[in-house]
Ligand binder design. Structure first.
Ligand code: PCA
Length: 327
């Protein structure tokens, strides 16, 4: 009797052990907080993967840089300490100037152009990731970058000595070209940077201004449409290889959907965020002629600097993007 009862139980245990051994659980780190549409998109991606694989692959998204700092995310995924990560692509500019091609003024001034630029540069960016044992999954832009100040920006001389927070090196160079004094600050450190008086102004998007409650520190947003920089989501190749074919397919399909959804979310979030900034008392305006000219000049210098560092492959990719725009 006992044996007859025990057999199905044993079988059930064996099955559940097999199922557990197969199911993979990944950690994914992002420096951006839950208020960001990027993080919301990435969490949706994780949910889609869990659903499509029936729980065979679970991705736990650790947001706000809580688990791994921004600069450590890529090295951690490369080592396999964590399986997946999301970063601001242009923070990799010291590795190769192609990574900051989306933080150059006058290159892509809207979503359609930004997408064409992504398509033109994706093969090079993917190769560079793959050389390090990483697979890029998707990339999504922030809305265009603009300038937050405590006073209305009417005269380029206002940049003299202005301490401006920047999210990457290229933005710092841009601020220097304008005569300002840049500080690189993570998104999550923006409130502290303002409240401790370390910065007077910042360059970022409508979205980040909204999620960081910019109205607590500044009163004006100059919607300068500087550039649309992207986040990139990537995984460790070895972690991917351990998944069965169906799970790999489901993951890639969810990634494709996340990219499409993310670009749409970015457009919508831009509109919503601009409205919320205004509701909270921020004056939103476009640069006047003098400021516009100064931005143009600082941008031209930035571009010349990029060209002097970029290799032929990067310059050719940019050229093919430009040729395609003309067609
Ligand atoms: N928000 C991020 C990156 C660009 C953006 O719009 C930040 O400011 O850190």
């Amino acid at each position: 009797m006992r044996i007859r009862i025990a057999t199905p139980l044993l079988l059930a245990t064996a099955c559940s052990v097999a199922a557990t051994a197969q199911a993979a659980e990944w950690t994914m780190a992002t420096p951006y907080g839950d208020a960001s549409f990027h993080t919301q998109n990435t969490k949706q991606f994780a949910e889609d993967v869990a659903e499509a694989t029936d729980g065979d692959l679970t991705i736990n998204v650790q947001s706000g840089g809580a688990l791994v700092s921004h600069g450590e995310i890529k090295p951690s995924v490369r080592r396999g300490t964590i399986a997946a990560g999301e970063i601001f692509l242009s923070v990799l500019s010291n590795e190769n100037p192609i990574f900051e091609v989306d933080t150059l003024p006058g290159v892509a001034g809207g979503y359609e152009e930004a997408y064409a630029l992504w398509e033109a540069t994706k093969p090079i960016i993917s190769d560079l990731f793959e050389e390090e044992g990483l697979i890029p999954l998707y990339a999504v832009p922030w809305p265009a970058q603009g300038i937050y100040t405590a006073e209305e920006l009417t005269d380029p001389d206002q940049f003299d000595g202005l301490r401006v927070r920047a999210p990457n090196i290229n933005t710092q160079r841009f601020i220097e070209n304008l005569g300002g004094s840049p500080t690189e600050t993570e998104e999550s450190d923006i409130p502290t940077a303002f409240s401790t008086g370390r910065v007077d102004a910042m360059i970022t998007s409508s979205s980040t201004g909204n999620s960081m409650a910019a109205w607590d520190y500044v009163s004006h947003y100059t919607d300068a449409n500087l550039w649309l920089p992207k986040n990139i989501v990537f995984i460790n190749q070895r972690s991917f290889d351990q998944l069965d074919d169906d799970t790999q397919d489901a993951l890639m399909e969810a990634a494709e959907k996340a990219e499409e959804r993310g670009w749409e979310m970015s457009r919508e979030d831009n509109q919503e965020s601009l409205a919320i900034l205004k509701e909270n008392g921020i004056t939103v305006s476009e640069p006047n002629e003098d400021v516009g000219e100064a931005l143009q000049q600082a941008g031209d210098e930035l571009f010349a600097d990029w060209e002097s560092r970029a290799d032929d492959q990067a310059k050719e990719a940019l050229q093919s993007y430009r040729d395609q725009l003309e067609d």
